[in-house]
Design a protein around this ligand. Structure first.
Ligand code: CA
Ligand code: CA
Length: 189
């Protein structure tokens, strides 16, 4: 009986370990597109508390929700996050960038992208973003009209932590200058 339980526990433990070790993509919806996209990110920027550990994007009928999960998010954080948004696959690089601090008292802004940088061209639309320190999550919600009502968007996220002072710690999800797969609005368009 005890032996059987042990084996049962091992059987369930192995696939779980495999899931945490590799990127896990959750796809819902039509085969070609997805409403919900979620990946784990490895502990590869441990010099910063705000090592990215996960990215989730939900493209709904009214807005796009981006959640970035960190190892640890603190009010005193000197780190910042950039959420790059691709609404036009034919034009290389992102169309928009949402930039925000991860510490208390920092602000956020959505601008047109200039390559993989923000710009001074602010987008006037309905969006909000905030770090949730208790949950180690940064959460941004953008109305679809911020993103040209694109049928599908791709997302890439960068964290930069200046805490050290000598050199910034950087982390990307899914990877540097790499996009998620296209995430459709779920409208079936
Ligand atoms: Ca990471
Ligand atoms: Ca583009």
């Amino acid at each position: 009986m005890v032996r059987g339980d042990t084996l049962g526990a091992m059987r369930t433990r192995i696939p779980l370990a495999a899931l945490t070790a590799s990127a896990l993509a959750v796809l819902v919806g039509a085969p070609a597109h997805a409403e919900l996209y979620a990946i784990d990110d490895p502990a590869d920027a441990q010099a910063s508390l705000s090592d990215i550990r996960g990215l989730q994007v939900n493209h709904g009928s009214a807005n796009v929700l981006v959640k970035v999960r960190f190892a640890e998010l603190v009010r005193s954080s000197a780190a910042g996050v950039s959420v790059y948004l691709d609404t036009d696959r034919d034009a290389k690089g992102p169309e928009y960038v949402l930039s925000s601090g991860l510490g208390d008292g920092t602000d956020y802004v959505l601008t047109e992208a200039d390559g993989w940088q923000g710009s001074d061209q602010r987008i006037d639309c309905d969006y909000s973003a905030r770090p949730k320190w208790g949950k180690d999550v940064f959460r941004a919600v953008l109305s679809r009209d911020c993103l040209d009502d694109a049928a599908a968007v791709r997302v890439s996220v960068k964290m930069v932590d200046q805490a050290d002072g000598s050199h910034p710690v950087m982390d990307w999800a899914p990877r540097r200058y790499r996009w998620t797969m296209p995430i459709a609005s779920g409208l079936g368009v």
